[in-house]
Design a protein around this ligand. Structure first.
Ligand code: ZN
Length: 333
């Protein structure tokens, strides 16, 4: 859509210069009461692109909620050129029960896009969100965290083979961009394939507001505003170092036990170095786990206990010169 026109959705419209807070019905409870998601649409007086910001497609992933609400309610958007569609809590039933999936048959809302109005409850919800608030946009950012018991360093996931997505990923200004199409049914993958370039931002852990990550993500959104002219006052940021990752692996435990981590999320590890040690209760026979290649730790365990086969950390490959920059910056901190 062009932003010199109104933003329209089923049941309403938001004219240029207008802001609307709405609770949009996406389903009904067992009692027949509406299930409604909070939506804030801010349509600037001046024309520009339409950007959606969404969070909590997984109901316990809270960091993104703080990011989206901050843009909608703390930022001065009086000079906005374009439209921002804020969807701070996509999975309302999961949010209410503080769990990842929709409590109805444990369905993953983020495998249900673009949705279907005649299919499962999850796909009906997804359809209603997608048609009204995603499809009318020009680009989007979907915020996630790691699953419970693990934590992620802030990074972007994007299909960088698509120039429009690559531009958005670079504009956000994260150091690490993980390249990939996005699985079937994910908001990122389906929106991108439907012509709405979308990136995912992974940040931190579930069930938390982590201030430093939230601030970093807000700087990323400001940078996107600058790149696309939504706010010309800002500048596109350079994160200091950047890598586009194609090679990554989950390092898994081969023994059960208690895990001593030797590195934190976001740190560089050299090939062959000991990332962590899995120990028994007597701290006797520790099993060292070594990095299969030089990389940065995208995600690490928070709950330090494992069965054989459990993932311990998520390692993304770095070339030697980038690894050196990451090490130098860690030493400066
Ligand atoms: Zn998620």
């Amino acid at each position: 859509m062009t932003a010199d026109a109104a933003f329209t959705y089923d049941g309403g419209k938001v004219a240029p210069g207008e802001r609307q807070n709405l609770r949009y019905r996406v389903s009904e409870t067992y009692l027949g009461d509406p299930v409604r998601i909070p939506v804030t649409v801010i349509n600037g007086e001046r024309p520009g692109p339409t950007l959606y910001l969404s969070a909590a497609a997984h109901g316990d992933e809270l960091n993104g909620i703080a990011v989206v609400r901050s843009v909608a309610y703390d930022w001065d958007l009086t000079d906005l050129a374009g439209t921002v569609v804020c969807l701070p809590v996509l999975n309302v039933p999961g949010f209410l029960t503080q769990q990842r999936y929709l409590p109805i048959y444990d369905r993953d809302l983020n495998r249900s896009f673009p949705g279907d109005p005649t299919s499962t409850s999850a796909k009906r919800m997804a359809h209603s969100i997608f048609r009204n608030f995603v499809e009318p946009c020009d680009l989007g950012i979907d915020f996630h965290t790691s699953t419970r018991g693990r934590t992620n360093t802030l990074h972007v996931r994007a299909d960088v083979d698509r120039p429009a997505v690559s531009r958005l990923a670079h504009a956000f200004g994260a150091s690490v961009v993980v390249d990939g199409e996005g699985s079937d049914g994910t908001l990122r993958g389906e929106a991108t394939r439907a012509g709405v370039p979308t990136i995912t931002v992974e940040m931190g852990e579930a069930h938390r507001f982590e201030r430093s990550l939230i601030d970093e993500a807000l700087a990323g959104v400001r940078s996107v505003f600058a790149e696309y002219g939504l706010d010309e006052r800002g500048r596109v940021r350079w994160p200091g170092w950047r890598t586009v990752v194609t090679e990554k692996t989950w390092i898994r435990a081969d023994a059960g036990g208690i895990v001593d981590m030797h590195y934190d999320r976001g740190e560089a590890v050299r090939e062959g170095e000991r990332v962590c040690t899995v120990t028994d209760p007597f701290k006797a026979d520790g099993t060292p786990i070594r990095a299969p290649f030089t990389g940065v730790l995208l995600g690490v365990l928070e709950n330090p206990v494992v069965y054989p086969g459990n993932p311990i950390c998520h390692l993304a490959e770095l070339d030697d010169s980038t690894a050196r920059i990451v090490e130098r910056r860690a030493a400066d901190r």
